[in-house]
Design a protein around this ligand. Sequence first.
Ligand SMILES: [Zn+2]
Length: 408
Amino acid sequence: MARLKIENSSRFGGRFGPLSANINFFLADRVYTGDGRCLPNTAVAVNAQTAQIEALLPAAQAPNARYQPGSLTPGFINAHGHLELSHLHGHFPQHTGLVPFLEAVTRSRGADQETIEKHMQAAAQTLQANGIVAMGDIANTTASIALKLSSTLKFHTFVEVFGMSEQGWPAGLERGLPVLDAFRQAGLAASLSPHAPYSVHPALMQHIGQTSAGLPISIHMQESPEETKFFASGEGAFPSFYRNLGIPVSTPAPGSSSLQTTLSALPAGQRLLLVHNTCATNADLELADHSGHDVFWCLCPGANRYIENRLPELALFRRYPDRVLIGTDSLASNGTLSVLNELQQLLQADPALTPELAIQWACGNAARFFGWSDLGTLEPGKRPGLLHIHPGSDHSPIGAGSSVQVII
Ligand SMILES: [Zn+2]
């Protein structure tokens, strides 16, 4: 078999000798490596059989590379979704605010197993077609186990528990533990996770932290002004939401925000993904940064617009470039499951956000959070997937109308 002799300079991360003939070379106008860099005139060499990245090398050294205009990126990681809610696509009106949205989901999330599974399968296909190679998925039941065992997507399942009242939270824990066991017995990565500060009692939060020691957990955080109000004064829409459900409400301790309450209930050093952060302030980000926990922030602009019709203050999150991830949330609160679509919204809303940083959020940061060392960055030896992003009508790399094509 013919061998192609390629000089792999250390600048391009090469650590292999001559590349063998079953290597495909891909070239575009720029390569986003997934760790915050953007390389011009660079070809990506990929092993056609193993999908392993073999080298990044100067375009001149890969004369037979397949060129397409646009950008190359690693496969995307969707850090937050709910496959179990896929059958609720388009069921709920937009811009109602969080509490009416939760009321609607609580009323009508049920469906037969066959319907739920059919829609989860279709959602998984959508994820893959949109270049997503791995996902952090929230589960309340075991419904997604069969799909996760057969899918080529990689998953971490956050088994989500609820239990707000002093008397009721042990029952919430007892509902979650068998679901967690079922995922683990199936050989799937999973951890117990709290739903949100307004739905999980601090004592339950503590138990979750102990059960999930050393594992990543996630929590919906500061998604609505009602959450801020509930923690500040015990008032707002949440008390009546719980009364209508017949759940006794334990009023949060006065003077402690939802974020403070959560951070202080968890064991020190917890790896934690705070999801949404629509109402987070600079003081909140600093509090988390100095909390002694390993905190990451997940932005889900599509769902924020769908439910609350607002976005987090994005400039705050750019100050923590290594700590931000991207999620689509579920089809109950988003039109589609596309990380590219989420990035387009962020880049449009925040002109100071660069495509290389946005791609880092969607790739390298998420791989670090989940501990997926094979994914997230285009580095020799890894198998992160490879995407081609075709520029949109405005010619910007990830502008409106840009589209994603899965190369490997
Ligand atoms: Zn969610």
